[in-house]
Ligand binder design. Structure first.
Ligand SMILES: [Zn+2]
Length: 279
């Protein structure tokens, strides 16, 4: 699933291609991909200009003139991009937004877990999921970061993945940050020491910033706004590296399940404390 760096990369790449363009036609090839009435969706979008492209958590948001927001959740395999002119929509292209400059925005999703929803500002802000999102990790101070975990008995990885605690983190960047910080994913949040919060905070920020700089990670089929892959998968330290040796100590990287998700860990660099050893 595209996480914070991938969606951020899409937003940054998309904005210059679509800013101030007016949507002149909407083809909804698979109406179930939107929440709400397809006719209202098409009618409300028509002739509105795109005034901003941004990201909140893993959501990609296109602000339209008149305080409307086109919100995409890409889930497993969603892509929002501007194809080269003349590119025909394939069978996974569920929505085509034609712009008044002759170019189009495609929303493709092979597995159809993603969705698109059109909301006015009030509905966006009162949408339970949106309103309940935790703070953005790149705009968070160390103290507020530590505060999220300090009194929580849940395992640190589960806490990091819960979008209500902190927004935009998924399996890849949780595993990478925990490895960099030398923290086992099963450690209860409340058992971390002040120095652990600090190093985890720094590691998480570092991995997110570096991943954005590399254009995200192209695992499975993530592509940016122009259809190109990201490069950060080349820099993974532990994610997806079960059976390979730890880049720091050469111990073989193992996996364990935390919150139903497979986590890659170095058993030497990320020690499990006694209590946290059992799921
Ligand atoms: Zn190691």
């Amino acid at each position: 699933m595209p996480e914070l760096p991938e969606v951020e990369t899409i937003a940054r790449g998309l904005e210059p291609l679509v800013l101030n363009k007016k949507i002149s036609r909407v083809s909804l090839n698979y109406p179930k991909i939107i929440s709400g009435d397809p006719q209202i969706f098409q009618k409300e979008i028509l002739d509105r200009s795109i005034v901003k492209v941004w990201r909140r958590a893993k959501l990609l948001i296109l602000d339209l003139a008149g305080s409307f927001h086109l919100v995409f959740h890409l889930k497993m395999s969603g892509k929002v991009w501007v194809p080269p002119q003349g590119e025909c929509p394939d069978k996974h292209t569920h929505i085509v937004f034609c712009m008044n400059n002759g170019e189009s925005i495609f929303f493709q999703d092979q597995r159809k877990f993603g969705y698109c929803v059109l909301l006015d500002s009030n509905s966006l802000n009162s949408w339970k999921f949106f309103a309940g999102l935790g703070p953005e990790p790149l705009h968070l101070c160390l103290n507020d970061f530590a505060e999220i975990f300090r009194a929580r008995k849940g395992r640190i990885k589960s806490l990091l993945l819960d979008q209500r605690n902190i927004a935009g983190i998924g399996n890849i960047y949780a595993d990478e940050a925990l490895f960099m910080a030398g923290i086992h994913p099963r450690t209860p949040g409340c058992e971390l020491k002040p120095k652990d919060y600090k190093i985890l905070y720094q590691s998480l920020k570092e991995v997110l910033v570096r991943a954005i700089e590399a254009g995200g990670s192209s695992f499975r089929n993530y592509r940016n706004a122009l259809g190109y892959s990201g490069m950060f998968q080349e820099k993974f330290l532990v994610y997806g590296k079960k059976g390979q040796s730890c880049p720091r100590c050469r111990t073989v990287i193992e996996t364990c399940k935390v919150a139903g998700r497979t986590s890659c860990v170095c058993p030497t660099c990320q020690k499990v404390n006694q209590e946290a050893g059992h799921e």
